[in-house]
Design a protein around this ligand. Structure first.
Ligand SMILES: [Mg+2]
Length: 397
């Protein structure tokens, strides 16, 4: 018997705005825009479908949004609340499949292969995912299920919001053929222009184009990549963290943004999340990674090696922000930002080494290492919680 892979892609609908509407009944029948406030500099981070009906779009300056839709509810992002909702959703996804790959705060791939006995055919699995998330979190999700990641992702985008699309292997070609080429992954502005010049508007037209013609225009590598996508060929492998080489947190914005104040805040929150997790596992890392993605999945990473291992969010946040500002990254609106910590130093330094570092390190860094030493001696977590809470109390800084 032939064994198919079934990959699911789950994507929460207008996530930030949906959480706001869920938590405040007065917003439910209204356009909701999350991002900068009218009268301030900045852009739309998320708009619900009622606001989109007025033409409010991702990355749109807030001034333009408030002109198009002055009666919308305008809200600043509340990342802590969105993160909590996201954790609930991920817990639910993990009740469906043991293999869940988070993509961002509101998006994940699931390996659904071999789950028919538990949940029924793919369509039933999709319904179960949607029902559980709605019942337990009050949020709607769009789900795509197909033989690989690409088809699953295009499936979840196919009918939004609250969509469910299952594409069986035999239906892939028909599903892709009428789709605009703009839906494919990694299609930048230059490539879009080339396709327009070639008269390639749909994925079907791209599939029918001779590879040599494409290669002349795009180069071999890109031509092969787009050809594979047009034929619906993609990986069905999920990358799931099995042994913890690094800790990272990332978030994808619904609207690309270059608002430094907003990005700095997000880096701080991501660093906080990484740091808390590191401390909960008694890890301290010496390399901080910043990951940035622009339009079209163009992704860059930058790393900084620290002189002293840390699990302090302020140290991690500062290093990540330095990489953002001085890492030679292109100055463009950002789609995704991530912060990571790796290269663990589990063993504690000898006394002399500790004091040798002490001058360069912040006082809290010394305290943290003292806590680590005490934990080593008296058992993990003995001192951690109370002192960590005190240390993080903003009023005490
Ligand atoms: Mg989403």
């Amino acid at each position: 018997m032939e064994r198919f892979r079934w990959i699911g892609h789950a994507d929460l609908d207008a996530f930030y705005a949906s959480v706001e509407q869920r938590d405040e009944p007065r917003y439910r029948d209204r356009p909701v825009v999350v991002g900068a406030l009218p009268g301030h500099r900045g852009v739309v981070a998320a708009a619900n479908y009622a606001a989109r009906a007025f033409g409010v779009r991702s990355a749109m300056p807030i001034a333009e949004a408030s002109r198009l839709c002055p009666h919308a509810v305008y809200l600043r992002p509340d990342m802590a609340r969105y993160a909590e909702a996201s954790r609930e959703v991920f817990r639910i996804l993990e009740t469906i499949s043991p293999l869940v790959e988070p993509v961002s705060i509101d998006e994940a791939y699931l390996d659904l292969s071999g789950l028919e006995k538990l949940f029924g055919p793919p369509l039933e699995i999709g319904r179960t995912i949607k029902r559980r998330i709605l019942e337990q979190t009050g949020l709607t999700v769009s789900v795509g299920i197909g033989p690989n990641r690409l088809i699953a992702k295009l499936g979840s985008e196919h009918r939004k919001p609250d969509g469910l699309t299952v594409i069986h292997p035999g239906e892939v070609a028909a599903f892709l053929a009428p789709m605009p080429v703009a839906n494919l992954r990694g299609l930048g502005r230059q490539t879009a222009k080339i396709f327009a010049r070639l008269g390639v508007a749909t994925v079907g037209q791209l599939r029918d184009m001779p590879l040599e013609d494409l290669e002349r225009q795009l180069g071999r590598r890109a031509a092969a990549g787009f050809k594979r996508q047009a034929m619906g060929i993609a990986s069905a492998e999920l990358s799931v963290e099995r042994n913890r080489k690094s800790l990272s947190r990332e978030t994808t914005f619904e609207v690309d943004t270059d608002d430094p104040g907003f990005l700095h805040g997000v880096v701080g929150r991501l660093a906080g999340s990484v740091a808390r997790r590191a401390r909960s596992e008694a890890l301290a890392g010496t390399v901080v990674t910043l990951k940035i993605r622009f339009r079209g999945f163009e992704t860059h990473t930058r790393q900084q090696r620290l002189t002293v291992a840390t699990s302090d969010e302020r140290v991690i946040s500062k290093a990540a922000w330095q990489l953002f500002q001085h890492g030679g990254l292109p100055r463009r609106p950002v789609r995704l930002i991530g912060v990571g910590l790796s290269h663990w130093q589990r063993s504690q330094p000898i006394q002399g080494e500790l004091f040798a570092h002490a001058e360069a390190a912040a006082p809290d860094q010394r305290l943290l290492r003292t806590i680590d030493q005490a934990n080593d001696r008296f058992g993990s977590g003995a001192l951690q919680l109370g002192m960590t809470q005190t240390r993080l109390d903003p009023k005490r800084r």
